[in-house]
Design a protein. Structure first.
Length: 208
């Protein structure tokens, strides 16, 4: 049976359009860190590298013996953890050139660190790209979070974050940091801005 994250993990990837509290476990990811404007060519290249690695994993059975535990699945969506540089924090308004990010794509549980290294080296040979030297594989665990589905342009996200902050105040929750996670359910290259769907999530703790 093919594993479909849209169907089997709705709580994590298809939340309601109002803030909710959720505990997110650890998942394995291919990751790339960088800084600068997400509309830049450099960012697009980094996204491309993550998809190259992800599809290399998915296509393993067609290239030879499948790894132990392999099963059919849908590629997971692109995610990004976002912050601002120290200089960016001092500026009034958001300067996208001062953004700091780690973008990532979740991998199935059968992907081991050894297999991930093997795939990175394989992609270096078949699709050489300097950014592959910066690609990493590891586990991320968000833990207790507030999240919601944001519909519309990325530039309109502050309104959704405001709702999430209000929810925290009402529920006795405290946002831990200004970093946040975005999960991109839409392909921004093929989707009109008003139709974009993005999961917004930030870490919280319960007030003492």
């Amino acid at each position: 049976m093919k594993y479909e994250w849209k169907k089997q993990e709705k709580a994590f990837y298809l939340p309601p359009s109002e803030p909710t509290l959720i505990t997110v476990p650890a998942y394995p990811y291919f990751m790339l860190s960088g800084e600068g404007n997400p509309n830049s060519e450099a960012f697009a290249e980094a996204v491309g590298v993550l998809y190259s690695l992800s599809y290399a994993i998915k296509m393993l059975p067609k290239k030879g013996p499948a790894p132990e535990g392999y099963h059919e699945y849908s590629i997971f969506p692109l995610e990004g953890v976002w912050d601002l540089s120290e200089q960016g924090r001092l500026k009034a308004g958001l300067d996208k050139d001062e953004l700091v990010y780690t973008i990532m794509i979740r991998q199935p549980d059968f992907v081991t660190p050894a297999l991930a290294v093997e795939i990175i080296e394989k992609v270096k040979r078949t699709k050489p790209q300097p950014l592959l030297d910066r690609a990493t594989f590891g586990s991320c665990e968000d833990g207790l979070c507030v999240q919601m589905l944001h519909s519309g342009p990325y530039d309109d996200e502050p309104a959704s974050f405001s709702k999430m902050e209000q929810y925290c105040a009402q529920q006795g929750l405290r946002r831990i940091s200004k970093t946040h996670r975005e999960i991109y359910l839409s392909d921004a290259r093929r989707t009109q801005p008003e139709k974009l769907k993005t999961v917004l999530r930030f870490l919280v703790s319960r007030e003492e």
